[in-house]
Design a protein. Structure first.
Length: 171
């Protein structure tokens, strides 16, 4: 009954550590948890993240990430570069992303460079809008000219540039 020949043996599971794939840290190995900047936190400086960032506080600096969520009470002063950006708060600076979604509480002052843009009714946008073509991966993105969009009319120019027709068709 209690001998070695018993067919029923109780085994205690031993914890095993799973190693991250070579060259990756455990955080990159499958974690989809965003880095969170809480409402009572203010960061002065640039943020770079290979994953997701959710900002509910204040950031004064440029942000580079895969996914960026700007909460309703958040304030960002700097440029944003990401695959996907969802804005519910305030952004003062350029947004460059494949997909940009602006909620009704969003307030963006700056240029938006995108492949796909979604704006809810009530979203505020003051700046240029430029679409990136999906079919042209070699297209370089240059900042929009400050004089484009009618400011040149004061000095005798017509105020329109070749890019104005494209920008107005997006709006």
């Amino acid at each position: 009954m209690f001998g070695k020949d018993s067919k029923t043996t109780a085994s205690t599971p031993t914890p095993t550590a799973t190693a991250a794939p070579k060259g990756e840290t455990p955080a990159k190995a499958g974690s989809n948890v965003p880095s969170i900047i809480s409402a009572d936190l203010k960061i002065i400086g640039d943020l770079k993240c290979a994953g997701d960032i959710q900002i509910d506080g204040t950031v004064e600096g440029d942000i580079h990430s895969r996914l960026l969520i700007v909460g309703a009470g958040a304030r960002i002063e700097g440029s944003i570069s990401a695959e996907t950006v969802r804005v519910s708060g305030a952004v003062h600076g350029q947004i460059k992303a494949k997909t940009v979604a602006m909620d009704k509480t969003a307030k963006v002052v700056g240029d938006v460079i995108h492949e796909n843009l979604t704006m809810e009714a009530g979203a505020f946008l003051e700046g240029g809008v430029r679409r990136i073509e999906k079919s042209d991966p070699s297209a370089s993105i240059s900042p929009l000219r400050p004089g484009a969009g009618g400011q040149g009319a004061a000095n005798g120019q017509s105020g329109t540039t070749p890019g104005d027709a494209q920008r107005s068709s997006v709006l």
